[in-house]
Design a protein around this ligand. Structure first.
Ligand SMILES: Cc1cc2nc3c(=O)[nH]c(=O)nc-3n(C[C@H](O)[C@H](O)[C@H](O)COP(=O)(O)OP(=O)(O)OC[C@H]3O[C@@H](n4cnc5c(N)ncnc54)[C@H](O)[C@@H]3O)c2cc1C
Length: 306
């Protein structure tokens, strides 16, 4: 017969207490709502004390390091309306809860947004891609992350749901600074919509990282249309080269309409210093990053033109 409160229970309780003390994050409450309106109510009532939990691949690390200490975690993975990948009109809609792995193996992504398909194997490692979500990466807005730069290069729109309703923001307006976005208190990213690949357009992606799967030191997501050796349109979105993903507009202007030759590429590379805003970190100096951005520009521009 098992006796409640016996010495065994006390030992277990002491063990549990010891385990509680050794927990890495500050204690938090957890809730898993099933509708967006419940999420908005919870965010409204808890304010700054609540955080949304999606794949947990960035947030849990922040909690364990005590860089974040929310009182309440709102797990949104039960919201069916944020899931899935589908075509809507002339756009590809990637639900905020689509896992990186789901995006990586999606035929729709491969066909209609090949830039994202090319980038996906560079996003972290397989175990992290199994849990991390597309919307989580967009909302987290790490300046060295691949997917925000892809969204910028493709002219994607971020769909946001808040207590007052839904709104859409161009990627260009959504990313504000290091891990900072235009999301307002109480708002949730619900999906990212990407224009489907138009005839004549191509994408190319490359990054330089210490090890495959690490965050990039510098990376480039490029999308454009090249006809008879001349660029008709070109978008160059660099990441790891500033506080947010950055379009290299001067470099783009050098290449669009010009013959794609060594002189045009050299001019575009020299203009990167005005377009980008890299900073020193433990991996590389700003000067090294600028040099690497030029290396990527040349590689990617030539690959795209082919
Ligand atoms: C070892 C390691 C290596 C990694 N390497 C890379 C890499 O190379 N490239 C890369 O891009 N990423 C990398 N990541 C991060 C990974 O891609 C994460 O999955 C991603 O950044 C966040 O997605 P998530 O679903 O896990 O979000 P979570 O960790 O759950 O949330 C991250 C933040 O976004 C908020 N949030 C999440 N979803 C939403 C939403 N729908 N609306 C509003 N706010 C939301 C959360 O409140 C939280 O503040 C790495 C992670 C680890 C642990």
């Amino acid at each position: 017969m098992r006796r409640c409160g016996g010495s065994g229970d006390r030992r277990r309780a002491r063990g549990a207490q010891a385990r509680e003390i050794s927990l890495k994050p500050v204690p938090f409450a957890y809730v898993k709502p099933s509708t967006l309106s419940q999420v908005h109510q919870l965010l409204d009532s808890c304010g700054e004390g609540a955080r949304i939990l999606a794949g947990g691949q960035s947030l849990m690390a922040a909690l364990n390091l005590r860089l974040a200490a929310p009182k309440l975690l709102i797990d949104i993975t039960g919201l069916a309306e944020l899931a899935g990948i589908r075509v809507v009109g002339d756009r590809l809609r990637i639900g905020a809860l689509a896992r990186h792995r789901e995006v990586e193996i999606s035929d729709l992504v491969n066909r209609y947004a090949p830039l994202i398909a090319q980038a996906m194997p560079h996003v972290a490692h397989p175990a992290i891609r199994n849990r991390g979500t597309f919307g989580g990466s967009i909302a987290f807005a790490d300046p060295a992350a691949e997917l925000p730069a892809c969204a910028l290069a493709l002219g994607a729109e971020i769909e946001i749901a808040g207590p007052a309703g839904r709104r859409r923001l161009a990627a260009q307006e959504f990313f504000v600074s290091i891990c900072e976005t235009a999301l307002q208190p109480g708002e949730v990213v619900t999906a990212v919509e990407v224009p489907m690949l138009a005839p004549g357009f191509h994408s190319a992606f490359d990054e330089l990282a210490r090890r495959h799967g690490d965050y990039a030191i510098v990376g480039l997501a490029a999308h454009g249309c090249c006809q008879s050796g001349r660029w008709r349109e070109l978008r160059l979105a660099f990441f790891g080269a500033g506080p947010k993903p950055l379009r290299a507009r001067r470099a783009e202007a050098c290449l669009v309409g010009a013959n794609l030759n060594a002189a045009a590429i050299a001019q575009a590379k020299s203009d990167l210093a005005k377009d980008l805003d890299p900073f020193d970190d433990i991996h590389a100096t700003a000067a090294t990053k600028l040099h690497l951005a030029g290396v990527l520009l040349e590689r990617v521009a030539l690959r795209l033109a082919q």
